[in-house]
Design a binder for this molecule. Structure first.
Ligand SMILES: NC(=O)c1ccc[n+]([C@@H]2O[C@H](COP(=O)([O-])OP(=O)(O)OC[C@H]3O[C@@H](n4cnc5c(N)ncnc54)[C@H](O)[C@@H]3O)[C@@H](O)[C@H]2O)c1
Length: 255
């Protein structure tokens, strides 16, 4: 039996990387999936393959009106919501140390990575209550637990916030059948890391900390998201699942 049969799932950031891989996996697992993103260019073929079981809706998660419109549309189209995978996020190139990160960059990162995620939870929860519960999966990061090898203060702060926010909502809704968990990837080869990974020095600096000796793939994070989204994780809430090739376990890496 498919693991998301008869479920309706919204995946923000569903137009690229981890979000797009998850859209594909959740569709294969029987869900009706809404990919919500600023840029949906990569989802065209899914509409022709999956028909009514797939919708692409443009959203800016940092804009409350836009987020409200997204969930209003989900409500009127499907009259149900069982899964929210909050995957939209940014990692700007000028996010650096405490002294040199521009204030505008700090604000933009918090607006999208943290406030945007809260806005999506805020508008999803009433639909989930109407649907007798659901599962929210919020993308945090390994940097929610340890400092990054190269400074990125705004991003790291936003992902620490995601972890704390997810726990709060998990406790608040635990008896109303809504589970909320954080999924914390290590460095994953997606467009988000393109700039960092194209710099040989920064690439090597990251790689040296990963016991498994490689970057992760979007599909590997999608599989963990599927576990948290589905009833396979029915007693898991307020938890953080690290999928990081061992990066947070390591003080030294093997030769
Ligand atoms: N790639 C990694 O190494 C890594 C590691 C840890 C956590 N993450 C997190 O995983 C999530 C997905 O990242 P990815 O690697 O797949 O990156 P990605 O750049 O491939 O995808 C991110 C998506 O978010 C969308 N997005 C950005 N701003 C938006 C907004 N305001 N409204 C709606 N959509 C918006 C982008 O258009 C893009 O499609 C992010 O939250 C990221 O912080 C990634």
């Amino acid at each position: 039996m498919a693991r998301l049969q008869d479920k309706v799932a919204v995946i923000t950031g569903g137009g690229s990387g981890i979000g797009l891989s998850s859209v594909k996996l959740f569709l294969e697992e029987g869900a009706t999936v809404v990919a919500a993103d600023l840029n949906l260019d990569n989802t065209d073929e899914l509409s022709s393959t999956y028909g009514d079981k797939f919708a692409a809706i443009k959203v800016d998660v940092s804009n409350s009106e836009s987020v409200k419109e997204l969930f209003d549309e989900v409500d009127s189209k499907f009259n149900s919501l069982n899964v929210l995978f909050n995957c939209a996020g940014i990692f700007p190139a000028d996010d650096g140390g405490v002294l040199d990160t521009p204030e505008t960059t700090w604000d933009r990162v918090q607006d999208i990575n943290l406030k945007g995620l809260w806005l999506c939870c805020k508008h999803a929860v009433p639909l989930m209550l109407k649907s007798n519960g659901g599962s929210i999966v919020n993308v945090a990061s390994f940097v929610s637990f340890v400092g990054a090898a190269t400074a990125q203060v705004a991003y790291t702060a936003s992902k620490g916030g995601v972890l704390a926010l997810s726990r709060e909502i998990a406790v608040e809704y635990a008896r109303k059948n809504i589970r909320v968990n954080s999924l914390c990837p290590g460095p994953i080869q997606t467009p988000l890391l393109e700039e960092l990974l194209s710099d040989e020095k920064r690439r090597e600096r990251r790689l040296v900390h990963i016991p498994m000796g490689r970057f992760g793939k979007a599909e590997e994070i999608a599989k963990a998201a599927l576990f948290l989204a589905s009833d396979d994780s029915s007693f898991v809430t307020g938890a953080s699942l690290l999928v990081d090739g061992g990066i947070t376990a390591a003080y030294v890496t093997p030769e």
